[in-house]
Ligand binder design. Structure first.
Ligand code: DX5
Ligand code: ZN
Length: 221
């Protein structure tokens, strides 16, 4: 169901990992809706982060929706592990799934919500066939691999197209944007169709994360 207010998903990638529980509490207190967990394998993307073991620790610290973004090759092998660890939503990349429909059905059969993400260089048309089956699309507005990158402005066109596609095919589906989100572009992103905004740097590295959260969440259609 599309939310009335903009959903905020701080990305744990930009948090202080020596204070994981405190960082999660900060996000909760600031009114975050999801905890975005970026899983990177050093193969699909040029960086390595963490796996189910850390997701389990994060899930034990919070009641926020655990939104797991799998930037890994062959995600089907690990989907069950990530759901068992406490992920409520699993997003796989279109670029990593030879059998995307099978991956999506696997996520759903294990009781989690299913999302698909596309890189900046991947056209939205690649999602046309799978869109009716999805709970979530995660539009990458930076090339995945690192936090703190600059927003790629051509993402706006893709977002508008995706908004049209979901209105026609799956109005309940959530449209999320990930990468380079700031308090300054949040309103434009929501106006273009975003329901959920992932914010790593803009939340955890803000001088006042609580204030940043309020600004991002107040973006409205
Ligand atoms: C990029 C990750 C993003 C990233 C967002 O590969 O998927 O979730 O952490 O970080 P910011 O908000 O700093 O661009
Ligand atoms: Zn992400």
């Amino acid at each position: 169901m599309q939310p009335a207010n903009t959903l905020l998903a701080p990305s744990i990638l930009s948090a202080d990992f020596t204070k994981l529980a405190e960082s999660i509490a900060l996000a909760e207190k600031a009114g975050a809706d999801w905890m975005h967990c970026d899983v990177m394998d050093g193969h699909f993307v040029p960086n390595i982060t963490f796996g189910p073991f850390i997701i389990k620790a994060i899930a034990q610290c919070t009641n926020l929706v655990i939104d797991t973004h799998l930037m890994i090759s062959d995600p089907d092998t690990y989907i069950a592990d990530f759901i068992q660890a406490g992920s409520n939503q699993i997003t796989v990349h279109q670029e990593t799934c030879a059998h995307l429909h099978r991956s999506v059905q696997l996520i759903k059969s294990l009781g989690a919500k299913a999302g698909v993400s596309i890189n900046p260089g991947t056209p939205v048309s690649t999602l046309e066939a799978i869109l009716p089956d999805l709970d979530l699309v995660l539009l990458m507005s930076v090339n995945p691999g690192f936090g703190g990158q600059k927003f790629i402005s051509s993402s706006f066109d893709k977002l508008r197209k995706l908004d049209e596609m979901r209105n026609a095919m799956n109005p309940e589906m959530i449209l999320a944007v990930d990468g380079g989100v700031t308090v300054d572009n949040a309103q434009d992103l929501v106006s273009a169709g975003a329901d959920a905004l992932i914010a790593g740097t803009a939340f955890f590295k803000a001088d006042n994360p609580a204030e940043a959260a309020v600004k991002i969440k107040s973006a409205s259609r």
